[in-house]
Write a protein that binds this ligand. Structure first.
Ligand code: PEP
Ligand code: MN
Length: 342
């Protein structure tokens, strides 16, 4: 349930309202937006059935939310959320974030070379996995803490913020101290203990869609992070499982307008894991931009053929530079009506 407050609500009425909500065993979460001030009531709304919230002094409107996610929903926040990652921002009108880098952090020199090239091409963030979720236990599973340290070094040397995947609640602290944004991979979208832990950290979170998750399940996963008081969540569509091996996954571009209609959170697209082939990545990155995404995340390797993981989908630096230039141009002409009006 969402309470829209009267702008001139008396402090005394405000205090009484919050106390009443808490006394009923619910939590009151407030957002002071540009246009309006609202309180989201978290918990079982049945507990407040006897409370006459509609006529409570200072309450302008009671919105009975039909979706199970209160904090991730549009009713809670009308303005789009802008997530700050280092000096960069993701989300909000007029902005298109480009995240690029290798699938996995390998040698430091290679990482540095990639970081320099993607930064020169206009990338906003450097990606790189230190903890790699691999389908086969025999595949390269990343350098762990050493990889995180390399990301920190490269970030400092080049002046670009970083994002890296965390798979285990016990690694959250190490990731927070070494990278600027924590990625939750598709396989862990429903790892609720991990979501709670990254929520508690307050660090920006890039939450990938589970490969078999509905949009509602995905937004509920975001709600886990938001419920911990961490508002810095960016969603990432990376394709869901399809039946056709012509592409690695089935990129659900329609998730972009659906998420935009239901949530205030930014949404970006990962065309690399969606298609699985470098040749298809630029088309789908541009399609994501045209469909109103707030950014893309693309795998880039200094020498794609030698990449230790996901070699087939990595772009060479010069191909990435062309794509980044196209995306900047395209974004100028593809602002969605929704983002234009906000
Ligand atoms: C990744 O981005 O490194 C990754 C493993 O992606 P996903 O979780 O989407 O498969
Ligand atoms: Mn990868």
């Amino acid at each position: 349930m969402i309470l829209v407050l009267k702008p001139q609500i008396a402090p005394e009425d405000h205090r009484r309202l919050v106390e009443t909500i808490r006394a009923a065993g619910c939590e009151a979460r407030e957002v002071d937006g540009k246009a309006r001030r609202v309180i989201a009531i978290l918990g079982d709304p049945e507990k407040l059935r006897e409370v006459p919230l509609d006529v409570f002094p200072g309450v302008a409107q009671v919105v009975r939310v039909t979706k199970p996610y209160a904090l991730a929903g549009r009713e809670f926040r009308v303005d789009p959320t802008v997530v700050r990652v280092g000096e960069t921002r993701i989300g909000g009108p007029g902005r298109f974030a480009i995240i690029a880098g290798p699938c996995a952090v390998e040698e430091y020199e290679t990482l540095l070379e990639i970081a320099r090239s993607v930064k020169a091409a206009g990338a906003d963030l450097l990606r790189g996995g230190a903890y790699k979720p691999r389908t086969s236990p025999y595949a390269f599973r990343g350098l762990g803490l050493e990889g995180l340290r390399m990301l920190r070094e490269a970030s400092r040397a080049v002046g670009i913020p970083t994002v890296s995947e965390v798979m285990d609640p016990r690694h959250v602290e190490a990731c927070v101290s070494n990278v600027d944004m924590l990625q939750i991979g598709t396989r862990n979208m429903s790892n609720f203990d991990l979501l709670i832990e990254v929520g508690k950290s307050g660090h920006p979170v890039l939450l990938k869609r589970g490969r078999d998750a509905t949009v509602e399940e995905w937004l509920l996963a975001a709600e886990y992070v938001l419920a911990q008081g961490n508002e810095n969540v960016v969603l990432c569509e990376r394709g869901i499982r399809g039946f056709d091996a012509a592409t690695r996954n089935l990129l659900d571009l329609s998730a972009i307008p659906v998420v935009k209609a239901r949530s205030h959170l930014p949404i970006i697209v990962d065309p690399s894991h969606a298609t699985g082939f470098a040749a298809y990545v630029p088309s789908m990155a541009k399609a994501a931009c045209a469909a109103g995404a707030d950014g893309v995340m693309v795998e880039v390797h200094a020498c794609p053929m030698e990449a230790k993981s996901d070699a087939a989908q990595a772009l060479a630096p010069e191909d990435f530079a062309d794509l980044a230039a196209d995306l900047r141009l395209l974004h100028q002409v593809c602002r969605t009506p929704a983002s234009r009006s906000r």
